[in-house]
Design a protein around this ligand. Sequence first.
Ligand code: PSU
Ligand code: MN
Length: 311
Amino acid sequence: MITHMSNTVPQLSVPVREALAQGRPVVALESTIISHGLPRPDNLRLAFELEEIVRDGGAVPATVAVLDGVARVGLGKEELERLGMEDGLRKLGVRDLAPAVALGASGATTVSATAHLAARAGVRVFATGGLGGVHRDWVSEQDESADLGLLARTRITVVCAGVKSILDVPATLQRLETLSVTVAGYRTGSFPGFYLTSSGLPVDWTVQSPDEAAALMRAQDVLGTDHSALIVGNPVPPEQQLDPALHDRVLADALAAARREGVTGQAVTPFLLAHLVEHTDGASLRANLAAVRGNVALAARIASAYAAGTS
Ligand code: PSU
Ligand code: MN
């Protein structure tokens, strides 16, 4: 039962393989947000919609997952449907990839696992909602997402709306500085706040256009700092953000509930996100969807600008 291991790892879909071979732009998309981060049936609808947004932006979508022990970059319709509807899919960080492949498991990939597989396939740009990071109770729990360490050693540009606001955002930005991961705001001098347009914290660099982001990536390539990621923080438009007062109030409840119910490990992030959706009457979901859509559209433009300048 280990025949799948003789396949190329990761397995590329035909459109992704052809686009990469011809130097055309490809955008990687993560799958944890589909399987574990969003409620059904919005999740599956979004999976298809995000691929369409990438195509509209002139790039080829490459949703990443591990299905029946095969690590895949680029999924077909049935595979996307499995991600959106199948019960019992695992949440796979980068350390889970080898066991999932060796043991024939199926799961959605987090930012860390998606970035790893995408970079290995030669995909340069990746879009998600919000990155994982340092959790608020880090001193007692030591809970820091594997996303950060992986981005410190992976050649990929991640377009995101900052890090999830359930986290300790200042500590996360500090960790990114320590890890030497480049962070730039897209047309903003402040780090986006995921559901909120701004986290209230500054970023050192701002890019004003996809061309400027692509120029930054090419500078990483020639300087040899392309062994680590570029994080492009793309804020949700102010009119689509979650009301900041509501956000702060419900988030405090969610954190207290997680503590009370003893939620730990990989379960923490999905628990908090679901709690916010429920207790904001879906307003957090709408802000989350708006952020992801905007990030995917921008990622397609950055991937196109980068491909245009390097071919
Ligand atoms: N952003 C979202 N929803 C999500 C996530 C990010 O809008 O569900 C996922 C990403 O896959 C990210 C993961 O990599 O949460 C982080 O989980 P953890 O904190 O357990 O590392
Ligand atoms: Mn964690």
